[in-house]
Design a protein around this ligand. Sequence first.
Ligand code: ADP
Ligand code: MG
Length: 711
Amino acid sequence: MPETKEYAKMKDIYGSLVFDRKEMKQRLPKDVYEMLTAAIEGRQKLDSGIADTVALAMKDWAVSKGADHWAHWFHPLSETTAEKHAAFLTADENGNPLNSFRGKDLMQSEPDASSFPSGGTRSTFEARGYSAWDPTSPAFVIRSKKGGTLCIPSVFLAYDGSPLDLKTYLLRAMEAAESRAMKMLKLFGNRGVRYVHATVGGEQEFFLLDRPRAQKRPDIRFCGRTLVGSPPPRDQKMEDHYFGAIPARVLSYMEDVQRDLARLGVDVATRHNEVARCQFEFAPKFTEANLACDQNQLIMETMRKMAREHDLRLLFHEKPFKDMNGSGKHINFSLEDSEGRNLLKPSTNHRKNVIFLSFLASFILGVSKHFGLLQASVSTPGNMYRLGGNEAPPYIISVYLGETVAGMIRAIEEGGGSDVASPDKNTLNLGLPKLPDIVAFDSDRNRTSPIAFTGNKFEFRAPGASQAMATPVMAILSIWASGLEEFINLFEKRINNGEDPVDAAIETIRKVSKMSRSIRFEGDSYTDKWHKEAEKRGLVKANTIPQGIDLFMEPSTVKMLGEMGVFSKKELEAFHTIKIENFVKNIEIEISVLRDMVWEGILPAISKQLLLEFSSCEIAEKMGAAGIDSWKKVLLHLAESKTKLIDLTHELSELHEKMGKMTAREHADEIVNRAVPLMNEIRRVADAAEGYFSKDNMPYPNYRDLLSLSA
Ligand code: ADP
Ligand code: MG
């Protein structure tokens, strides 16, 4: 097929703004390049002696790409990204202009930490923190209209060394999982493996709206979601009719996003199979976990910037619209060794398949013990409205394997060794080369499960679209590390007793699979039946988001994260505090915006509509029109809606005031137990009134206007 012009262009620009290995190799002396790549691959600690050389090469490269500033780029605990720009340009001793960027600038920087949340790990008088270069994620240039900034991926720490960012915890969890995975491979006798990396691919869902229309709504502007309004009835059916094709302006937006991301070395494919109208998805090609999390931040930033240029309003909120599909961020993950082998890939080779099953069983074992951490990692304000709805996974963690792999595990549990039954063919010998290729089974996908094995990777579907990936990925990898640790202990004992590794592994898989049965569920996770069953199995530890956040502090989780070297108890306490505070802050904003919208828009609209209807109804009555009663009912309904809304918003304001005096944790519970139900009731009454508004009296663009993307 002849390449299209666009495609050729994409290929030319791909990675052009990344200081990648190719650039490093070209611009660095051989020995420096070797030392740097060894550090990147985790084979050796970074030698600070090479910093000046790397900095010089990086600066020259960045300047050639139009950069005039540099910044350490990091992920504060508030889940966004931050950077503090400094100019390359300085003056030398004679006052002549000079582009300068030294090794110590590259290695470390000192942004003011006072404006970032710390959860109490840092005393208020100690405002300083420092960011330190993370060489495992490549530097890149973000271009602006007049110049550009060299961004250096970094960790961000307080002066006492406690992390003030998400990346540090992620890197620790990666180290925990990767080192244990290496050990596992060594026990199987794989001596040649140099490293194992976690791989991650995050699918990003989002909504796009017409910006001028969307910005007329305070809820969209300040909360990224609608607080009142609902789709017209039977909307589902209208959807195909009106919204079948992607509007041209969205396509052009997507192309621009993809092009800018390609320059940054992010390879994204678009998906147009949106479930809801105005909803879309970007899926980047998976890569090493740390880079994947950085790339997801870049994707979100690029999308935000580009949306403004296209006069679009981009929503990452987990539940922007009532009664419509919400947005998630499915996190696909696996482990890959230095030979490029995916360790979650089933194989027709007996030994390789046993290795695959060992990694799989270790993960399931970890989840069966520490599922609370996974739940905690997705306990965000936005997910409160999304999870457990009928289009998103439930707020209960379970693992789905699919018939083929579940069948293998079952067969091993029932005593099978080399001869393991398969559901398709009565007996299927894992050791026989004639085994059908089990990688390509796509049919038995279960879309209702929060964690599903999808052929050669797991997919965690509970994370919300607006979340940074670092926290759920940290949870996944810590849990996998702890499962590997336990597996390895049993496995190693057997090997030390002289057992053949493959036999020893099968015995260990049998044992740990029996131990972790309760977390496996192959059925429909949306049903009430499963909720009851999960309760019986002890899988329901939290029913609300604050309770879910509390699971970070479950004693078994604190212990595990300590043992895995990911969080100290003190760090976890701070993390927990930030999550609770963030939850409260988020919903607090919603409460005040909702109150304002009712008073500024909806109540006056009801009065206007009442006046309009009342005077015409009076005339009609004087004329002796028949059936006037139904008209009067509408009037009465509007009047009663108004008084109800007045009372309910008063109640909400009082509650708001009362909550302000509580501790953050009490406040969070009160939000769930009282404020959210009250907000729902306000919405119900407001939406019922909205149905009677004339177009002129509509205070805000309604769902129909909002969800139409034609120019
Ligand atoms: P699906 O149909 O299951 O969504 P895709 O092949 O479209 O599968 O992949 C979805 C996401 O999973 C993509 O971002 C992809 O790069 C990622 N992915 C695929 N294989 C792996 C892997 N081994 N490790 C991590 N992520 C992966
Ligand atoms: Mg998927």
